[in-house]
Design a protein around this ligand. Structure first.
Ligand code: MG
Length: 203
């Protein structure tokens, strides 16, 4: 399986990092070795001194598709969950400045935290979902899927023009504003529509 992630998909987050609001999706990949699940602790890597959390809604692809039309894209995911796209912001800043790819900042081991997945049929409207991240009991991110620049269907249509999607692939759909640093001893918790899906420690 592969992990596809969308950058700058909420305008307020693009602005907080001094990036332009994109006119088409910005995508990057993480390998399967990036997965961290079951609320296992995240161990801070020694190559960065500025690891940031980015809470995101994650789609789980349920069947193979290529060149998927936007109007059929909803058939390609049945479950959603939450994820944290851990980012080595110091490495990313250096690579952005030099015009280099982001993999070292984004694709490292355990940089893709995922929750359990929930059938999307359990939610009335996928574009009226609130998701929230708390660090040490304090709310840091409060996202709403109505603010997505590119809808889940637009993302699937766009990505599948270039890359075949397969069953089990995950799509991280972008983070809202409020990203920030994690430190040793922090606890991250996250909720989707009031359901706690993530609760893990930073070590
Ligand atoms: Mg992200």
């Amino acid at each position: 399986m592969k992990i596809i992630a969308i950058g700058r998909n909420y305008a307020a987050h693009a602005i907080e990092l001094n990036n332009a609001i994109p006119t088409k999706p910005v995508i990057f990949l993480k390998p399967d070795t990036a997965i961290l699940k079951d609320n296992k602790p995240f161990y801070l890597p020694d190559f960065s001194s500025d690891i940031h959390y980015e809470l995101e809604v994650v789609l789980k692809i349920c069947k193979e598709g290529k060149h998927i039309a936007e109007k059929f894209a909803a058939n390609y995911y049945e479950e959603i969950g939450l994820g944290v796209d851990f980012t080595a912001r110091d490495i990313q800043a250096e690579h952005k400045e030099k015009g280099l790819p982001w993999e070292l900042a984004k694709a490292f081991d355990h940089s893709a935290v995922i929750s359990n997945f929930i059938p999307k049929s359990e939610f009335k409207d996928l574009y009226d979902l609130r998701f929230e991240l708390q660090k040490n009991g304090e709310r840091k991110q409060n996202g709403h899927t109505a603010n997505l620049l590119f809808s889940f269907e637009k993302i699937i249509a766009f990505v599948s023009k270039y890359i075949t999607l397969k069953k089990g692939d995950l799509i991280f759909t972008g983070t809202p504003e409020g990203v920030g640093k994690v430190e040793h001893g922090d606890r991250l918790e996250a909720w989707l529509e009031g359901r706690q899906l993530l609760n893990f420690d930073i070590k």
